[in-house]
Design a protein around this ligand. Structure first.
Ligand code: HEC
Length: 200
């Protein structure tokens, strides 16, 4: 009898445990449903996160002419790949030296060129075209020059077709920026926003 009672007790226990598992499983599967019953779904009157869709005026047939100049690169400078820039600069090294005590060759030495005055490297015989530019080599000017040297400085004697890939120009310019004891500041957000590329 004790044995039987023992078995009965055991069965009862097992049953309880099984029931416990079953209930837990049901709750896990049906939790969502149960929640729905207690918290009825309500249609929101407005999107919780309004999504604004602004339509561009005159998009389509009247779209503005495509910018013929180089693509912007200012936003790319902070995270540009200087090592990739060093590789691009190999295309220039037939004519340019880059180190601090570099000499002028076919082209002027390029240490400290970012933000430098144009055509001012000592002892280099510049073309009249570049000598009369009168600006500084800021990031925008370098971007436009490297895109198409002969378009930006009409009549320049730099014989180089240009770099069509924006990332190539950004990496190269980031490398040139590093060639200085006091590298030029990175562009500010305002400058990035206002970046307008000159092609004249
Ligand atoms: C075939 C030779 C040649 C190659 C290749 C060349 N340059 Fe030049 N570069 C010149 C010459 C020559 C000038 C001077 C242009 C002038 O006086 O019109 C010059 C001028 C410049 C200037 C203006 C310097 C100043 O003092 O105002 C920069 C910047 C420059 N080059 C960068 C580069 C870079 C970067 C590359 C490679 C992507 C490159 N160049 C490739 C010959 C070259």
């Amino acid at each position: 009898m004790t044995m039987i009672a023992g078995v009965c007790m055991d069965n009862l226990k097992t049953n309880k445990i099984l029931a416990g598992f079953l209930l837990a499983g049901l709750l896990a599967m049906g939790g969502g449903k149960i929640a729905e019953i207690f918290v009825p779904y309500q249609e929101l009157e407005e999107n919780a996160y309004p999504i604004e869709i602004t339509q561009l005026a005159d998009s389509g047939n009247n779209a503005a002419p495509v910018n013929q100049g180089p693509e912007p690169i200012l936003a790319m400078l902070a995270s540009a790949d200087i090592d990739a820039g060093i590789k691009i600069a190999k295309k220039c090294s037939a004519c340019h030296e880059f180190n601090a005590d570099g000499k002028n060759k076919t082209g002027p030495m390029l240490w400290n060129i970012v933000d430098a005055n144009m055509a001012m490297k000592e002892g280099f015989n510049y073309s009249g075209a570049l000598a009369s530019m009168g600006g500084t080599w800021d990031y925008n000017a370098l971007n436009a020059f490297f895109y198409k040297p002969k378009a930006y400085v009409e009549g320049t004697k730099m014989n180089f077709a240009g770099l069509k890939k924006p990332s190539d120009r950004a990496n190269l310019i980031a490398y040139l920026r590093s060639l200085s004891d006091a590298p030029a500041a990175l562009p500010t957000q305002q400058e990035i926003d206002a970046e307008s590329v000159r092609t004249d």
